[in-house]
Design a protein around this ligand. Sequence first.
Ligand code: NAG
Ligand code: NAG
Ligand code: NAG
Ligand code: NAG
Ligand code: NAG
Length: 250
Amino acid sequence: MAIAQTLAALVAAASVVVARTPQGFQPASTVDLIVEYGGVVPLNGVVVPRNVTIPQPRVGTLTRLTGTSYAILMIDLDIPTEPPTTLLHWAQTGLTPATTATRITTQTGELSVFLLENGTQTAPITAYFGPNPPARVPLSHRYTQILIDTSDADPEDIQAIRTAAATPRGFNAQTVLTAADLEDEVVAGNFYNVTNPGPVNTTTTTPTNGTGSPTGASPPVRTTLPSGGAALVPGIIAFAAVAAAMFLTM
Ligand SMILES: *[C@@H]1O[C@H](CO)[C@@H](O)[C@H](O)[C@H]1NC(C)=O
Ligand SMILES: *[C@@H]1O[C@H](CO)[C@@H](O)[C@H](O)[C@H]1NC(C)=O
Ligand SMILES: *[C@@H]1O[C@H](CO)[C@@H](O)[C@H](O)[C@H]1NC(C)=O
Ligand SMILES: *[C@@H]1O[C@H](CO)[C@@H](O)[C@H](O)[C@H]1NC(C)=O
Ligand SMILES: *[C@@H]1O[C@H](CO)[C@@H](O)[C@H](O)[C@H]1NC(C)=O
């Protein structure tokens, strides 16, 4: 128990110093975006069991945001096509930041989070659907979430996101946000790792490249996979070990 608490403390400490969006991802953010699934907060690349990520998460920030309108995007960066591509999993605009913090009890302690609320009941551009990496290489997929300040966006900017989201495959956040004049408005980010337990299915399929189709590419078939709940603990420990290393070298 003492070890678990130490690890939890290291994770909490590390959450102040590690990167938020995955290495190489643009537009990057170094500010924590809290993404919470029923008390599980998979931050900064940790492994999370698929079943935890099925319902739509709550999102928020650790410091209070002062803009009037925000959007969230969630993208799978590791779709196993040739060449590899991306898939948009969630696009929601019209979010407003809470003015008071909400206490969230997580596996690693209490967090005080300013939640993003959908007070205006804005319909999502792309409704949230959870990770489901197929039994293909790579078995592990990175899912990134970015929060965009749309306070000064005009309707054309939002329309640019909507137009791009019609083709979820190959969704390129940098290209889309540049087209929407929002590339410098990413205010927080996160990613986590969901891993198919395998074994890899080597049956060949008709290869699909990432260009999508005018009719709107359909997401991969969402089969029910056994989920590795046990993966969470090693993931957090591995993360804590990295965190500890970073912490000790500071
Ligand atoms: C916002 O409201 C719409 C319509 O009620 C709902 O479908 C969507 O899930 C809500 N989004 C969030 C982030 O709460
Ligand atoms: C995701 O986690 C798995 C362990 O389940 C690890 O082998 C893999 O390298 C991780 N992938 C990334 C991109 O971090
Ligand atoms: C392996 O992939 C093929 C082609 O997509 C599919 O028809 C088959 O059902 C898959 N097998 C398993 C065990 O998932
Ligand atoms: C993707 O597939 C389409 C349709 O088969 C083809 O026209 C296009 O050239 C391909 N793009 C790449 C990058 O392979
Ligand atoms: C996910 O699956 C694990 C193992 O099968 C189970 O212990 C856990 O309760 C599940 N969690 C959710 C949120 O369904």
